[in-house]
Ligand binder design. Structure first.
Ligand code: FES
Length: 133
């Protein structure tokens, strides 16, 4: 006969072992201070910026700031912003996204990665999360 204490002990050890052996799937993230918001991107404008090796497109409308990763979600090729057509294009396989990061031309099926942005005391902060390789 197995006691309740033995069952609880076995369950606790199994849970701890599972946590240790299962790698976390959450990517590491870091918040970066980019400087005064008006120096980074004017109101109503867009700017391409590299943050810790990650190319992003920053779009600003007042205090609303959107930050998109300029890496294609199909096979991770670098993207080019083409403002006359309001498209973000990929030269590798012809994929395209709109300026909100939505797919408008296959083969990509996922929208562009969007990063969290905040303005604090006129300073722009962006949280970038790196995919683990
Ligand atoms: S990597 Fe961009 S379309 Fe394939």
């Amino acid at each position: 006969m197995i006691s309740i204490g033995a069952l609880i002990g076995t369950w606790s050890v199994a849970t701890a072992l599972r946590r240790f052996l299962t790698p976390t799937s959450r990517p590491a993230s870091h918040t970066h201070a980019l400087g005064r918001i008006d120096d980074v991107v004017r109101d109503g404008a867009r700017a391409e910026v590299a943050i810790a090796g990650t190319r992003v497109l920053i779009a600003r409308r007042g205090d609303d700031v959107r930050v998109l990763d300029l890496t294609c979600t199909h096979a991770r090729c670098p993207l080019e912003v083409h403002l006359p057509s309001n498209r973000i294009r990929c030269a590798c396989h012809g994929g395209a996204f709109d300026l909100d990061g939505n797919v408008v031309q296959a083969p990509p099926t996922r929208p562009l990665t969007r990063y969290e942005a905040r303005i604090v005391n006129d300073e722009l902060f962006v949280r970038i999360h790196q995919e683990s390789t």
